[in-house]
Design a protein around this ligand. Structure first.
Ligand code: ATP
Length: 607
């Protein structure tokens, strides 16, 4: 209960922060919602009353006008607030989505990796998906709850004047509605897992349909019919899952309607009896008869609204859980950044990913000297990227510390700290900008530097082939006249971006994996040029490229097992040596096969 109160306060706070007037609007909408049916009921009663009184037509019209004016105002008010509510529903949803996204963008990287972190974000983000989700329906739900609550009190009051037995019957009716509502909620809970798993299956299937990567398989493997079968089966499974729910809804409607009929019959009989006895005027019949129907409906709306509000308050927990996350890194004012040259030292650094049993980085100690070109090599999954992520301040060591020029990483403000690094990550993502904007990424434009990095990254030639040169947009899905960059071109673009940032530490995680051999060779040649006044860390599986680095470390199962220059590691004849030899063998073998294939066809052969 305490949590529900806290979440109610949180929702009201968010609404107030969005627009203080929205709370006032909710109040007015509630009043108009309740007033309109009541005024309409009164109008019918008065019309009969005046007719029976036999008043003059002039008087009749005047009185009619006096009642129609407030009804008109209530009608207009109702309509106006409905529009206001619709408009603000979308704005409030956008406002909340913005808050969640801003929080996500500001969260430290460790808080957004892993299944649980992603779920936390998805759960919060889904609350803003459409007008059926929490932040889309909240205003409507509050108005519904307040109006139905006010309505129930009002109509119980009216009907209890007619017959006190009504209170008992209304109580029984209320119990039936509550009973079914609770049953419905329980049923929803019971079916939730099965429904969620089913819709997850369907969502995935529909997502896969639209996936460009699968279109080739669909055609070659003739998967169309198979897809359809799986979809039909999933939809049939959905109907089977919700069958008990549909049955319950039918039973509920039948009993509720019987209750309404019973209540109406009682009100008709009682009012006719009282009219016959002269205890109430004839016109009251309209009010009492109408009130029963309105009350029954309002009770159902109220119980429903309470149930919905309960769900909404439970869902608010998802928002609260996401938004109340504290940070992992230092966000206070930290030490000022050290001047170049920089050295990096790792002392007994260990790191285990959330939910992993074994550490990915295991008690690693390493010093990287100023302006050193360090290569990190090792098998897939050895921990190379994780190590660079720790150095770059994306992950936080579980134990041990990383020092920059002797100052612990944790003493720097993390945003300041990021200024030290210019990375090219393995994962590449593009915003919808032009090539030029992507390279510059919001930094001041320096033409000399810009042209230099285009050349160093091998982008100059690529750009020269585009009609709009470096103004070419790079996400075709958004700009039809844009270009789709190949994996290699994208890699060059990301390298240019890193070089333009011009930070003291270059982190290159497989920067040439997608490049053709000539482009790769060119980048290696330039690499020693553009990294000479920087400390650089270079991860690559191509040992021919790392052999020229000042020092190579070999990582195995999160541990540094070998350190030295290429020549030193080759003499040790351990893992590095084996890997290098294996690569050299395949390279030589490939080359020989290629040369054989390229030999001229023997004389006399059929061409
Ligand atoms: N976000 C994550 N959550 C859980 N485990 C992760 C995560 N990222 C990486 N790992 C695991 O940590 C280990 C090391 O991954 P890492 O990417 O650092 O290896 P790597 O040496 O760079 O591999 P590769 O050469 O394939 O790029 C792997 O077993 C990987 O599955």
């Amino acid at each position: 209960m305490k949590e529900k109160i806290r979440h109610s306060k949180l929702l009201i706070k968010e609404l107030y922060e969005f627009k203080p007037t929205i709370l006032l609007a909710i109040m007015f909408a509630t009043v108009f919602n309740v007033a309109l049916p009541l005024l309409q009921l009164l109008l019918s009663a008065f019309v009969i009353q005046w007719l029976l009184e036999g008043i003059s037509i002039g008087d009749y019209l005047l009185r009619l006008l006096l009642l129609i004016v407030p009804i008109g105002i209530a009608q207009m008010g109702n309509y106006y607030f409905m529009l206001y509510q619709e408009e603000n529903m979308n704005h409030f949803r956008d406002f909340m989505r913005n808050k969640i996204e801003t929080k996500y963008l500001k969260l430290d990287y460790p808080l957004i990796i892993g299944k649980e972190a992603q779920e936390r974000y998805n759960n919060a983000s889904e609350l803003t998906d459409n007008n059926m989700t929490l932040f889309g329906r909240l205003v409507t739900e509050i108005i519904e709850l307040c109006s139905s609550f006010l309505g129930v009190i009002l109509y119980i009051n009216i009907l209890s004047q007619l017959e006190s037995l009504f209170l008992v019957l209304v109580g029984v009716f209320l119990l039936i509605v509550v009973f079914f509502n609770v049953w419905q909620v329980k049923m929803d809970r019971k079916l939730f897992q099965a429904k969620a798993a089913n819709s997850q299956k369907l969502r995935y299937l529909r997502k896969v349909y639209g996936e460009s990567r699968i279109t080739k398989d669909v055609r070659i493997f003739q998967m169309k019919d198979w897809f359809k079968q799986v979809e039909d089966k999933t939809i049939a499974e959905y109907h089977r899952i919700i069958k008990p729910k549909v049955r319950l809804t039918w039973t509920e409607s039948t009993l509720v309607n019987l209750g309404i009929i019973g209540l109406s019959a009682l009100s008709y009989i009682r009012s006719v009896q009282l009219i016959a006895a002269g205890a109430i005027p004839v016109s009251s019949f309209v009010i009492f008869a109408g009130s029963v129907t309105i009350l029954a409906q309002t009770i159902m709306t109220l119980v429903n609204a309470i149930g919905k509000m309960n769900t909404s308050l439970n869902e608010t927990k998802k928002y609260d859980d996401f938004m109340s996350q504290g940070q992992v890194f230092n966000h206070e004012e930290g030490r000022s950044l050290p001047k170049e040259p920089l050295s990096i030292e790792l002392k007994n650094v260990s790191y285990t990913y959330p939910n992993n049993d074994t550490p990915t980085i295991n008690n690693v100690s390493l010093t990287i000297k100023p302006y050193e070109n360090l290569a990190i090599v090792g098998e897939n999954g050895a921990g190379k990227s994780t190590l660079t992520n720790l150095i770059a301040g994306l992950l936080k060591p579980d134990s041990g510390e990383i020092y920059i020029n002797g100052v612990a990483q944790s003493e720097f403000n993390i945003s300041d700290y990021y200024a030290l690094f210019a990375p090219v990550f393995q994962e590449k993502f593009l915003l919808t900008y032009s090539i030029k904007e992507t390279v510059i990424q919001g930094l001041p434009f320096d033409e000399l530097k810009y042209n230099r990095v285009l050349k160093q990254s091998g982008l100059t030639d690529i750009i020269s082939k585009f009609k709009s040169r470096d103004e070419t947009k790079i996400v075709r899905a958004v700009y039809p006249d844009g270009v789709n960059l190949s994996g290699g071109q994208l890699q060059k673009l990301k390298l240019a971006q890193a070089l333009y940032k011009d930070a003291p530490v270059l982190l290159l995680d497989e920067p040439t994996a997608a490049l053709d051999p000539i482009a790769e060779h060119q980048i290696y040649q330039d690499y020693f040029q553009f990294s000479k006044d920087k400390l650089s860390i270079f991860i690559s599986h191509r040992l021919s490229s790392t052999r020229f680095c000042d020092r190579i470390i070999y990582i195995k199962n999160g541990d540094i097992t070998e350190v030295g220059t290429h020549e030193e590691l080759m003499t040790k004849q351990k893992d590095y040596f084996k890997l290098y030899e294996a690569q050299a063998y395949y390279y030589k073998h490939d080359k020989e096969e290629k040369e054989e294939e390229d030999e001229p066809v023997a004389t006399g052969g059929v061409i």
